[in-house]
Design a protein around this ligand. Structure first.
Ligand SMILES: [Zn+2]
Length: 342
């Protein structure tokens, strides 16, 4: 089948590839429709590695996908051919201790699309366990289906924050993950979500989506949050930038007793001011991907509480997939999510 492959660092190709895919009794076969390009795909493309995950052989990229079921295994009752679906890209060992404890995202044996040595989904078809495949509600399109994956990160962070109705949240970083986290926080009961970045067009989009933008090139973040919260600080801070500079003062705009959720992944270890956290008895949470949130993401899209459509800013055909990656590696400031349609 045709696939978009990372052959080696900075070298992509679209070509035929043999992938052995037999349909197990609990699997479905899916024709891929739309795939969102993620920061991690671009990072592998440019650097060939993320931390200890190193691309040593050609690997199909992509993990944010929607598609159509074309065949189901003999035990599958929840899905049928023709169903439009989206897929959770990480498949854990179902018998592992982490899975038994409900933390299947933390199973050390998890196999995640486009994380070496596992092929991603920028190819014609995939075989996937039915239990990690979710039917799209009638109102939810393929585009939104592909964005359930990043939205799941935001929802998992919102869950970890244990939002209380009326909380004021601050999200640092206005990329896809920052924006979906802000959407999850608003849908989850926050009265206000402040979002910071240095790229004005992204903040303009955030403003249109009902968030309160702060451009930190011209404005001090703590001062801006103090203005909005009468000097009290934000109840919750979602750190979604991964930048050392943002993390260095992350506790400054936090209210006493507030919560900080670390979502962004710095490429190297960065200092965290423990005393600043202690002085506020901050509760610190971290997240790694997500678990148990796909059905919630789809329900929120169906109800209209979350609309991710404005986040897809650029589209490419599969034949132009290499161009899509070249663009995503060097995007205009207005770009949030680049999507490839097969
Ligand atoms: Zn992603």
């Amino acid at each position: 089948m045709k696939a978009l492959l990372l052959e080696k660092t900075n070298h992509l190709s679209i070509r035929d590839i043999d992938i052995e895919e037999s349909l197990g009794p609990d699997d479905v076969r899916i024709k891929i429709h739309t795939v969102g390009i993620c920061g991690s795909d671009v990072h592998y493309y440019q650097h060939g590695r993320i931390g200890s995950f190193v691309v040593t052989e050609p690997m199909v990229l992509g993990h944010e996908a929607s598609g159509t079921v074309i065949e189901v295994g003999k035990n599958v009752k929840s899905l049928k051919a023709g169903d439009r679906v989206c897929m959770e890209p990480g498949i854990p060992d179902l018998n592992s201790r982490a899975t038994m404890l409900g933390m299947y995202n933390l199973d050390p044996a998890v196999r995640f699309w486009a994380t070496p040595p596992v092929h991603g989904c920028l190819r014609e078809t995939v075989v996937h366990p039915a239990m990690f495949t979710f039917k799209l509600p009638e109102k939810v399109g393929y585009d939104e289906g592909a964005l359930v994956e990043p939205l799941a990160v935001g929802l998992h962070a919102a869950n970890k924050a244990q939002i209380r109705p009326g909380d004021v949240a601050l999200v640092t970083g206005c990329g896809t993950i920052g924006l979906v986290t802000a959407m999850a926080a608003l849908a989850g009961g926050c009265s206000k979500v402040i979002i910071s970045d240095i790229i004005q067009p992204k903040l303009d989009l955030a403003s249109r989506l009902g968030m309160v933008p702060v451009n930190v090139t011209g404005q001090n973040l703590k001062d801006a949050v103090d203005d909005i919260t009468d000097g009290w600080g934000a109840d919750i801070i979602f750190e979604a930038s991964g930048y050392e500079e943002a993390i260095a003062d992350i506790f400054e705009p936090l209210c006493p007793g507030g919560r900080v959720i670390f979502i962004g992944m710095p490429v190297t270890p960065v200092p965290v001011d423990i005393v600043a956290a202690q002085a506020k008895e901050a509760r610190i949470e971290t997240i790694f991907r997500y678990a148990h949130v796909y059905p919630r993401a789809l329900s929120l899209m169906e109800s209209g509480a979350i609309d991710v459509k404005p986040l897809i800013t650029d589209r490419y055909r599969f034949e132009d997939g290499i161009k899509a990656f070249e663009y995503a590696a060097n995007p205009e400031p207005t770009t949030v999510k680049v999507a490839i349609e097969l």
